[in-house]
Design a binder for this molecule. Structure first.
Ligand SMILES: Cc1cc2nc3c(=O)[nH]c(=O)nc-3n(C[C@H](O)[C@H](O)[C@H](O)COP(=O)(O)O)c2cc1C
Length: 134
């Protein structure tokens, strides 16, 4: 796992929704927007599965995600990749359910996706585009 630098965390915190990419075992890619994404510590992100369909299927076959964020004011963009665990019970799931239901009790809070950050890249256009930063 790697630690997300402060500028990466700030950029993530400013963006919603966040486009999340997954891939099936055969490599077929998929991308969805998620509003429920939050940083829980320097190395970990929680995502709430309310409506995941192809995304949930992909995570069961290939438990990895990538997402990208962009701050147009600060002119910063980062690509974050990592492995995930999916929880449908237990303390992390309970926390995620409270977070989701604080927004709306009507949301299903089907699962908590726990992302362990493993790679971070500079995704801003320019000379550092694509360079790994953590
Ligand atoms: C603005 C926006 C925010 C969304 N936030 C979430 C979310 O936090 N969690 C979730 O499960 N689905 C969310 N969705 C729904 C997913 O983007 C997507 O429709 C769902 O996962 C089904 O697509 P899939 O079959 O590719 O997984 C959101 C959609 C939009 C448009």
């Amino acid at each position: 796992m790697v630690k997300m630098p402060a500028e990466v965390q700030k950029t993530i915190n400013k963006q919603s929704p966040v486009p999340i990419a997954t891939a099936a075992a055969d490599g077929n890619p998929n991308v969805v927007f998620v509003g429920f994404l939050r940083i829980v510590d320097d190395e970990t992100i929680h995502i709430a599965d309310n409506f995941f369909d192809k995304t949930a299927a992909n995570l069961s076959e290939n438990p990895r995600v990538s997402f990208v964020v962009y701050d147009g004011e600060a002119k910063k963009s980062f690509q974050i990749k990592g492995s995930v665990e999916v929880a449908t019970s237990g303390p992390v799931y309970d926390d995620v359910k409270v977070w989701v239901h604080a927004k709306s009790k009507a949301l299903p809070a089907k699962a908590a996706v726990i992302m362990h950050v493993e790679e971070i890249y500079d995704a801003m256009y320019g000379p550092n585009a694509g360079k790994q930063i953590a």
